[in-house]
Design a protein around this ligand. Sequence first.
Ligand code: XUL
Ligand code: CO
Length: 452
Amino acid sequence: MFIEPVKPTGHNLNNMAYFPEVSGPIPFEGRGSKNPLAFRHYDAHKVIGGKTMAEHLRFAVCYWHTFRGTGLDPFGAGTMMRAWDQAADPMQRARDTMDAAFEFMSKLGVNFWCFHDHDIAPEDSSFAQSTKNLQSMVEYASEKQADTGIQLLWGTANLFSHPRYQAGAATNPDPHVFAYAGAQVKRALEATQELGGLGYVFWGGREGYDTLLNTDLKREREQFARLLWMAIDHAKKIGFKGQFYIEPKPKEPTTHQYDSNAEACLNFLREFDLLNHLKLNLETNHATLAGHSMLHEMRVARHADVLGSVDANTGDELIGWDTDQFPTSLYLTTEIMIEVLKMGGFTSGGLNFDAKVRRQSHEPVDLFYAHIGGMDAFARGLEVAWAILEDGRLDDFVRTRYAEWESEFGRKIMESNKTLDDLEDHVLRHGEPERKSGRQEMLENLVNEFIL
Ligand code: XUL
Ligand code: CO
């Protein structure tokens, strides 16, 4: 079910102290606007093809980068100015952070959010205490959701930060670590359900290996599948109806991750009979690390009916790691929205900004600029994608290019009515086939017609 874009009420705005530069909500001012705190393209209520932009795009803010990110990198300390991360008591910090999060999301006007268990509640000295912390923060989040109308797109468990997971969570050589991961998944799933979450994500943080010298690859993949099946069983038991997703990523942190790209995930899901239970949550920067375009990953997933949700970010063209930047390229957002439109739109999924502001963008207001830019890029990408599909020339070109396969000869090959003997006979009778231009440059110009 779709909810109207959030309109903060007077009551909600009373305690909004962390983002004083923005009185909110961020207005739509159109193309000519010079206001950096306004949308130029994202008009939540604008209808395109029978649905509003908000319904098409289903933006979500991610808790980990946006509210917990410190700006730390391998060479230096955190840089972020975060007034909500100052209290001495970790639970007070968690509540302050959640106040900031819902203030930010209300002012921005997004309908969804995403979190890992330990983003919202601090991990404590025992599992039992960590669980209490989580339960308390779920109650707090539940009130905030009710106040603002913001919904949980998906929840997940952090099975990669703690040293216990250094050799993997589900894929750990030690079943006691597997048990810890399972217990964490159980609680995170229950938290997601309590918050009415529409989905639950498995990103295989350390489900891979650093070296095959110490790794039983076969066993580890079976263990990974086993944890997924246990989660599916638990969802049934507690009545969780949300969509499960697996998020492909090829490397980082491990040298090789088992869920390395869309096709590897599909193979894994088929092998372990999981295809009916999980869809893919595709992330642009992960596609890049895998040596694919996001368009490729999305198309592979769409054709297999497992295109579920998108982690909307982008990588740096020059730095070879997962920089998780905000998406600003219209080519990228257009390609993503073409695939989303072609699958008939998101159902449970959406566009989650799994992206972080740069280390030098340390002020809270930079979070607004980042998200406004990403939302505008996707709004324009949606308009361009819609126009390209409406125009039809691109699809027509591809259809025509393969038209011979619809001829009697082409169909007979595919329907197994032809043998290699028949093909030889055909070549002997028809000779050299005619070559046809792929017209790449013409098609690139066609796309530019809509973008420029
Ligand atoms: C890591 C990543 C994660 C997942 C959720 O690269 O993308 O934040 O999206 O665990
Ligand atoms: Co992600």
